[in-house]
Design a protein around this ligand. Structure first.
Ligand code: BG6
Length: 487
């Protein structure tokens, strides 16, 4: 369904996010007819570019970051025609007047500001928008991580934005929520009757969430300040945990859903002091070199002044949710760079059958497992026991009931940003984080990081291209369980 016409103002128009994510995402939506030449994309930044330069940059972004088969020369030309550019420094008065002139004073035209800039600029930009009357009560502002490095700094950022914008105008992106397979979690749980009755501690033994990446991190400028706990756990992984663990919301209304997620975050058992060593593991990759491969260590990738850094590139932890539904069901989370492969997946391990009648069969019944593959090879797999066909008595075998998205659907899977950018225009906050959620997540994560900082132990090292340090395996094996891929 096409959206209302809009003026999308992108601050940080020359940055990486704009080029890699925003422009390609908007292009796809334009190409699919979700908006047309009645909408405008207005780039704002300090660089002295013209409209034509910015249009060229948009063309380049499409050539570089949109798959060849979707690059349509005529559509690209129509698309870049809606791009214009304004030179503006936050402190530069002239730029704001130009911006005001570029915007249409029509209440039917949605006004959105995407702040693809460092968070310390959010407040000054918001203030200028207000002072120069570019702000409108129905305008929307989009911001994204890093929204702080701890609870306090995140509150400061949110306070800064809140001086001008009301919470119903603020769209905090966690791009994981825009992923098709993440939204599918809602469909799986709440559009089927099958799972919900068994979705609790009576039937589920434990849950595993894995977001593994094969790429490294040491050359990414921001990463060393952040580390895996802030970069992945505080946001993406806790959001996934919430979607798996939350109670059914009464509707798909943004606040109904966010209320339920918040309750989960607030039910997380704090991991403090003495528990941190027992419940968490942090790691940092070391390099490998053999005849066939050579991968640098995190330390080797870092610039000189950062050598010796104790930033974690891997985290595994055991989270517990203290509520009726999940009491006694651990959620094991792990994420890391330079792991054995790129895979994001949720494994729901059910409890074993209460009584087996197969004492004389070959192969013991294994407990069911539901594996939700978020990326790549998106799909849902239910591991079940069946009788191996053929004569020779009862032989039990575990086989997957396998739903592969690629085999089931022929459509291209849209990128997260495509959905999120247009949800801003639609005024739908369902897939965006509310302030209290963000703060509850920091509140849980902060004591873990603080304990690490106090500890004299460095992160455990793991060899690049493996599943993380030995401590990660020990963490789960202590409970008599194993990581899903270890079986
Ligand atoms: C970002 C992190 O939020 O998510 C990156 O900052 C990470 O470090 C990325 O690589 C992973 O996103 P995706 O969509 O590739 O799984």
């Amino acid at each position: 369904i096409p959206v209302q016409p809009f003026d999308y103002v992108v601050f940080g128009a020359t940055g990486d996010l704009t080029k890699r994510k925003l422009i390609p995402a908007l292009y796809h939506r334009f190409k699919d007819g979700q908006f047309d030449e009645n909408s405008r994309i207005i780039g704002v930044s300090r660089s002295k570019l013209s409209d034509a330069d910015f249009q060229n940059a948009a063309r380049d972004a499409i050539t570089q970051f949109v798959e060849k088969e979707y690059q349509d020369a005529a559509v690209i030309e129509r698309f870049v025609n809606i791009f214009s550019y304004i030179i503006n420094d936050v402190s530069n008065k002239a730029g704001w007047g130009d911006l005001k002139k570029a915007l249409r004073d029509d209440p039917e035209v949605v006004r959105a500001f995407y702040l693809a800039v460092a968070p310390d600029l959010f407040e000054p930009i918001a203030e200028q928008l207000s002072k120069t009357k570019v702000y409108r009560r129905d305008a929307r502002v989009v911001i994204e991580k890093p929204l702080g490095h701890d609870l306090l700094s995140s509150m400061e950022i949110n306070d800064g934005v809140a001086k001008i914008f009301e919470e119903d105008q603020v769209y905090r992106i966690d791009h994981y929520l825009g992923k098709e397979t993440v939204q599918n979690l809602l469909a799986l749980r709440f559009a089927n009757t099958l799972f919900e009755p068994v979705w609790n501690s009576a039937h589920i033994d434990h849950v595993q969430l894995t977001v593994a990446e094969s790429v490294g991190a040491g050359t990414r400028g921001y990463y060393d300040e952040s580390g895996a706990l802030r970069d992945m756990i505080q946001n993406h992984m806790l959001q996934l945990l919430c979607l798996v663990a939350m109670e059914p919301p009464a509707s798909d209304d943004a606040n109904a859903l966010r209320d339920e997620k918040l309750k989960v975050l607030r039910s997380l058992k704090p991991i403090t002091n003495g528990d941190v060593a027992k419940m968490t593991v942090r790691g940092q990759y070391k390099g490998v070199s053999s005849e066939t491969t050579s991968v640098a260590s995190y330390q080797d990738e870092l610039p000189e002044e950062k050598k010796g850094s104790r930033t974690e590139t891997f985290v595994a932890l055991k989270a517990e949710i203290e509520n009726w539904r999940w009491s006694g069901v651990p959620f094991y989370l792990r994420t890391g760079k330079r792991m054995a492969s790129r895979v994001s997946e949720i494994a729901i391990q059910f409890k074993p059958i209460p009584h087996s009648i197969f004492d004389h069969a070959e192969g013991a019944p294994k407990a069911n497992k539901l594996i939700i593959r978020l990326q790549p090879d998106e799909g849902v797999k239910l591991m079940m026991m069946i009788k191996d066909p053929g004569p020779g008595g009862m032989r039990l075998r575990e086989v997957p009931l396998n739903l592969s998205f690629a085999q089931t659907f022929s459509e291209r899977t849209p990128e997260a940003y495509e959905r999120l950018l247009l949800d801003v225009i639609r005024g739908s906050q369902t897939l965006f984080m509310r302030r209290d959620e963000l703060e509850a997540a920091w509140k849980w994560v902060d004591p873990i990081r603080e304990a690490w900082e106090r500890s004299s132990e460095p992160p455990q090292s793991y060899v690049a291209g493996t599943w993380g340090p030995s401590g990660s395996h020990a963490l789960i094996e202590r409970d008599g369980r194993t990581w899903h891929e270890d079986e």
